[in-house]
Design a binder for this molecule. Sequence first.
Ligand code: MIC
Ligand code: SF4
Length: 754
Amino acid sequence: MAFDIDVIKSVYDRMPERVKAARELLGRPLTLSEKILYNHLWENPVSQNFKRGADYVDFAPDRVAMQDATAQMALLQFMQAGRPQAAVPSTVHCDHLITAQNGAEEDLNTANNESKEVYDFLASVSNKYGIGFWKPGAGIIHQVVLENYAFPGGMMIGTDSHTVNAGGLGMIAIGVGGADACDVMAGLPWELKWPKLIGVKLTGKLNGWTAPKDVILKVAGILTVKGGTGAIVEYFGEGVTSMSCTGKGTIANMGAEIGATTSTFGYDDSMERYLRSTGRADVADLANGIREHLTADADVYANPEKYFDEVIEINLNELEPHLNGPFTPDLATPISKMKEVAAANGWPTKVEVGLIGSCTNSSYEDISRAVSLAKQVSEKNLKTKAEFTITPGSEQVRYTIERDGFLDTFDKIGAKVFANACGPCIGMWNRMGAEKQEKNTIVHSFNRNFAKRADGNPNTYAFVGSPELVTALAIAGDLTFNPLTDTLTNENGEQVKLDPPTGDELPSNGFAVEDAGYQAPAEDGSGVKVAVDPSSKRLQLLDPFQAWEGTDLKGMKLLIKAKGKCTTDHISMAGPWLKFRGHLDNISDNMLIGAVNFFNEKTNEVKNQLTGQYGAVPHTQRAYKAAGVGSVVVGDENYGEGSSREHAAMEPRHLGVRAVLVKSFARIHETNLKKQGMLALTFADKSDYDKIQENDNIDIIGLTEFAPGKPLQMVLHHDNGTSETITVNHSYNDQQIEWFKEGGALNIIRKSVK
Ligand code: MIC
Ligand code: SF4
């Protein structure tokens, strides 16, 4: 039986009526996204036709998921909310803190020792507050959620940007910061700007070398890393229904890479098969009972341009395998063009390592298709040229692929199986020699490839591709190898061609697992004690941030004017810093160390305006804090792209940065800043970015009349004695202005508890 079946039942019970009411209110057929959103409004009955991209709306998500690296901060906040139990079913997954080095067993043992304090903390908080706990080794949050918790038509939030993965099973699943998760677990509504809708119609069918991954790599190339901002992407068409459920998961997963709020798919047979095969026939039966409500109304997919803000059509019959990268997931190159493009850009073409797996691509189908290529190595007397690694997404998948002999086949090509965890995908990879910072190429089936992300080496060129393409390129050892047309020279000197991959959507003998790694919480957790050692380096209880002083902010210093791409990896790096995710003061030492200073093009070197000396960003900011001087961070487009980690907002808040002013924000990061009581501002005129000078003193005017839709003024006092006033916009609503005034959303919850 599925977890929390009662919740699923109640969602389905109310759905027909609410969908009908929404359809009547809008006076037109509904998309699937609208049906799910209207069915999860905090306030019902439906009374308003919400304006896309404009209205803030309160929702009641069905569940919350958290991974260990973000759960620490989420739960440290939740512990202050004064609730005996999480108000909705919630889970914690231990997946981000395991370093990949020697192989699954050894690496897991090391993590269990190194991170014992954090795991014990997460386990006891979960136990106390009725939260399901998935132990280290159980798997990666999104795969475990897809296998156990996701359900068609549901709505969930998760403290990880790839929570959207559950869209593969027809959910509206959205990545958020820990403070948002804290609200929902505290029984409060969750707020989201009513999204715009992008429709993607897939015609034709996947075939040969092309995989679901190529759909999203292509979409990323079309929409770019910010093209999906503020939108839900809804996929439909023949190409969708003929694709596996886990393949849909891959597409939904990487929707995070185009900034989309989430992606989703209508309920179909592939989802039913997946539910049944993962032990949830009960959910499949319930879903079958309301099938027509779990997909869009017929006219929507027949005439999509009438209902979506933008429609993209991709013909799968013609879609080529793609490789996206390096350094950004939207730089899409079809494999047939790679030779030319790599040569033109000087990308190293020797593939050093191929890595498959991760939350994005570790389904049974993915692995079985990759294995069909690995088998050909011995059959065709080939030798695998690159190193090869696998990170299974869950113990259930790992156990099943071991049983079915896949791991043996990989073993024969020299592959290393890492723990069921994030590992190399998030810089938890002790890659030999990475410290030499040599220029080199890797290919992987993960989702992100920002500089330094996998191994900390800024000169690692990482390309994202399907697991089958990654396997083929690892065998060939060559980035420009096109398996559709090229041959390889085997050990006998013969030219051989790889046959296209084949595989099974689901295991014909069913999934199996001995210990899935789940720990249920106590029925009554009131007696459970949660201890945080005050001298701990890894955990620190939170002190409330100070409320706004009630005046305009004057005499602030420019901390950094960041140039170009500034993702959450640049603002609060992962990898070695993950260990401080539960200790705000310690992790603040990584604040913005990856951002490029506009004035000297260097990372982690900014001018301290009090001394005139250049120094590290966190160090400089600590000096401002000590002197009681506020500061401002300036950034470029899509600032805060990538992760949901709220540390990227809490660190500047903790160290005394008052405002972040950018050309544009990524959604989750903007909300995180607001939640923590920061000012998240955008240039009214983007070219004003050029007016910001290194020695500027900055005032923000208009805060005493801070109101929705009303811009603020920023005065730049340059060091030559002149000053300029620029207009800055914001997207705060009344509630969010309260967060600012109170010094953060949590201060409001705290007050209501007292
Ligand atoms: C990621 O893929 O970048 C992460 C690590 O999973 C993050 C979460 C985090 O920073 O802890 C995400 O995507 O939200
Ligand atoms: Fe983990 Fe990578 Fe997935 Fe993030 S994207 S959850 S780091 S596997």
